[in-house]
Design a binder for this molecule. Structure first.
Ligand code: FAD
Length: 68
């Protein structure tokens, strides 16, 4: 289950209006540049297929970030 404490207890991690983690929707990148997120912690309660899609988006975002 997505942990609702993480957004509110992680310094520098920007929260979204729904209390989850705010991301760049194109890359999955959070306000902490080396942290990427997706799934329920971003969307609120959603579905497995959306979480999997977010994982794909974030993995591409991470690759791009690491490769400069
Ligand atoms: C009862 C129920 C039934 C559902 N049925 C369906 C369904 O039929 N079809 C469907 O598509 N979706 C269903 N969903 C929704 C689906 O389960 C979620 O949308 C999906 O699992 C989200 O994936 P996620 O990876 O974002 O989060 P999660 O699958 O919740 O994974 C988050 C993980 O983070 C871990 N975690 C939390 N805090 C920490 C920490 N501090 N350190 C390390 N790890 C941590 C948790 O233990 C968990 O393993 C259902 C949800 C529920 C609750």
């Amino acid at each position: 289950m997505a942990n609702p404490l993480i957004p509110s207890t992680t310094p520098g991690l920007q929260q979204s209006k729904n209390g989850g983690v705010s991301i760049d929707p194109v890359t999955g990148q959070t306000s902490l540049k080396s942290v990427f997120a997706g799934g329920d912690i971003v969307r609120g309660a959603a579905t497995v297929i959306l979480a999997m899609g977010d994982g794909r988006t974030a993995s591409k975002g991470m690759h791009q970030f690491m490769m400069g």
